[in-house]
Design a protein around this ligand. Structure first.
Ligand SMILES: [Zn+2]
Length: 391
């Protein structure tokens, strides 16, 4: 099945294995094979690595954070410089979040009202307001291939009332975000420098851990009509089994012919479990953040590089991995770099973790294509553990 929106955006499911799908997402800056992992380039850079490294690892799409880029260097400035792709020298697809998550979690003081959320910059304390319209405008200036609507993410563990409030506000905001997006696309927003006319916009499903709220959110968001939909408000502190339950319930409610994006998840085993429920896109800071903290993810689990047991271990972090780090360096050397606080420690660890995530999704995709996804999923769970490695 496929569809062609008025933009250059399109999605086609090419293979299925149970509820898992392999597909191709087309954007103005090229195609993305799904299921896909998007490394997080918070401030228009994936920390500690270069774009060349991303391309080597097989990265096809990156995520950038609207909140950070709005505050510095500013949406206007990036628009004057030709948009985010040109500014950062990354010519493949980019997805931008709405900035909402950072405003709700990062900014110091904030007040939420229906018109906008007001907050103070974490950089200099200056006051700002982010509305659904403003979030759409900034992302039009950035010119990402996929823009996200502003939503309200209720803190976890939330009460049903708080989750309902956030879901309802998110639905109202989604309507306004879409109206603004369509006005921008029609050229009706005077004075706004739009840097990617083919931009698509995704709606976000909220509703916390409550199935009835999730169902209502899907109905209210999908009737507005977005190019695709994301499942938001998860991986915010709820137990992983609960997260799986919500994904299992929500994913099949979303249109089958559109990509499904699970926001902010997760561990490598989460990728398998959520692909199994029909999720197509992921982003997470985990591979890069863990790398900077000296944690390497492998097929067996988490390798904590500072551990004394690696002091004279000449093996690569993951003997089965083909990344630059594993092909050239020993655990002993990487431990030394980490303990010495050498900058290359962050780089080499990040290269491995990103490669591991991309490679895991490549293997998942291949297995879906060849009808062996279930077998791969079971194999993965047999070796992978969330506990630190002890060998
Ligand atoms: Zn490696």
């Amino acid at each position: 099945m496929s569809f062609q929106a008025e933009s250059a955006f399109a999605f086609e499911v090419t293979h299925r294995s149970g509820a898992a799908r392999a597909g191709v997402l087309r954007t103005p800056h090229g195609s993305v094979e799904t299921p896909a992992f998007m490394p997080v380039g918070t401030r228009a850079a994936v920390k500690a690595v270069t774009h060349r490294d991303l391309l080597d690892a097989g990265v096809q799409i990156v995520l950038a954070n609207t909140y950070h880029l709005y505050l510095r260097p500013g949406g206007d400035r990036i628009a004057r410089l030709g948009g985010l792709h040109r500014f950062m020298g990354w010519h493949r697809p980019i997805l931008t979040d709405s900035g909402g998550y950072q405003v709700f979690s990062l900014a110091g003081t904030r007040t939420i009202a229906d018109d906008a959320v007001r907050f103070r910059s974490h950089l200099d304390g200056s006051e700002h307001a982010l509305s659904p319209e403003k979030a759409a405008d900034i992302q039009a200036q950035l010119g990402s291939d996929i823009a996200m609507v502003l939503d309200e993410c209720a803190p976890a563990p939330g009460t049903p009332d708080a989750a309902r409030g956030a879901m309802e506000r998110s639905a109202r905001w989604a309507r306004r975000a879409r109206d603004r997006f369509l006005a921008i696309r029609a050229g009706d927003v005077a004075g706004l420098r739009v840097t990617n006319p083919g931009q698509a916009q995704f709606g976000i499903i909220q509703g916390g851990v409550y199935p009835d709220l999730r169902t209502e959110s899907v109905q209210r968001t999908s009737e507005i009509g977005f190019e695709a939909y994301a499942i938001g408000g998860l991986s915010v502190g709820e137990p992983v089994e609960v997260m799986y339950e919500v994904v299992k319930q929500t994913a099949p409610l979303l249109p089958d012919d559109r990509p499904r994006y699970l926001m902010g998840t997760g561990m490598p085993d989460d990728l398998f479990e959520c692909v199994a429920q029909g999720v197509d896109m992921f982003d997470c800071v985990l591979p890069t953040r863990n790398a900077r903290n000296g944690q390497l993810l492998t097929r067996e689990g988490r390798l904590v590089i500072k551990n004394a047991r690696y002091a004279e271990d000449e093996r690569p972090p993951d003997p089965g991995c083909g990344c630059y780090t594993c092909r050239h360096f020993s655990r002993a050397y990487l431990r030394h770099l980490f303990l010495s606080q050498e900058m290359t420690a962050a780089t080499l660890n990040s290269l491995h973790n990103l490669y591991f995530y991309l490679d895991t999704l490549r293997r998942i995709r291949e297995a879906i294509v060849f009808g062996s996804f279930e077998k791969l999923r079971q194999e993965f769970h047999r070796t992978f553990s969330r506990r630190p490695l002890t060998t």
